[in-house]
Design a protein around this ligand. Structure first.
Ligand code: FMN
Length: 184
């Protein structure tokens, strides 16, 4: 059994290298709308979508994230970042930041998957990014970064979704069917 939606669900994977090609405005607008079509608890719609396409700003944020882990001496993450050529956004030139209020993390997660599946369905590479959240949570840097991205008052970093054109190769992860059980 298959259809276009199932194909996109099974084709999605995390892309960790992007070309410099920008995602066009019409596509960005459709993706942002797809994000906002996600369900939320009591239809509270606690997530704002902030689309950043300024590459210097994305690179400034990337450096701030690496600086955070250097400052806190988190060698495990620093090592992982080194293995990824110190890339946090993997050269993606379009990043959807999901700013959330009321700690509605579940709603953020659901919205991010809407974005990932919608992007995949349009042939676009994508990846969900939790790591950048550190600089939005660190009291030393949060005011600057929340201000820079225009987070409304009371909103926190939920997740980011980078979208663009793939410059890597890979396959979707193996699906472990043993994790399914049935009570009939
Ligand atoms: C909540 C969440 C946060 C994530 N944050 C990051 C991240 O900051 N950096 C990264 O490279 N991958 C991140 N990922 C991607 C996961 O590593 C990836 O989904 C996982 O390895 C499975 O691979 P797949 O997405 O290709 O199926 C995140 C995924 C989720 C769901």
């Amino acid at each position: 059994m298959t259809n276009a939606t199932l194909e996109a669900i099974f084709a999605r994977r995390s892309n960790r290298a992007y070309t410099a090609q920008k995602v066009d405005d019409e596509t960005v607008a459709v993706l942002a709308k797809a994000a906002l079509a996600a369900p939320s608890g009591s239809n509270s719609q606690p997530v704002n979508v902030i689309v950043v396409q300024q590459v210097p700003l994305i690179l400034e944020l990337e450096k701030a994230v690496i600086d955070y882990f250097a400052k806190t001496g988190n060698n495990e993450v620093l090592e992982r970042l080194r293995n990824r050529k110190n890339k946090v956004f993997y050269d993606a030139s379009t990043v959807f930041f999901l700013a959330v209020k009321n700690h509605a993390g579940t709603d953020v997660g659901i919205m991010s998957e809407n974005l990932a599946i919608a992007a995949t369905s349009l042939g676009l590479a994508n990846i969900l990014l939790g790591l950048p959240g550190v600089v939005f949570n660190d009291p030393d840097t949060a005011p600057y970064w929340k201000g820079k991205l225009g987070f409304p008052e009371g909103y926190e970093y939920g997740l980011a979704v980078a979208v663009g054109y793939a410059a890597d190769e890979g396959k979707p992860h193996e699906i472990d069917l043993a994790k399914i059980s049935y009570i009939k």
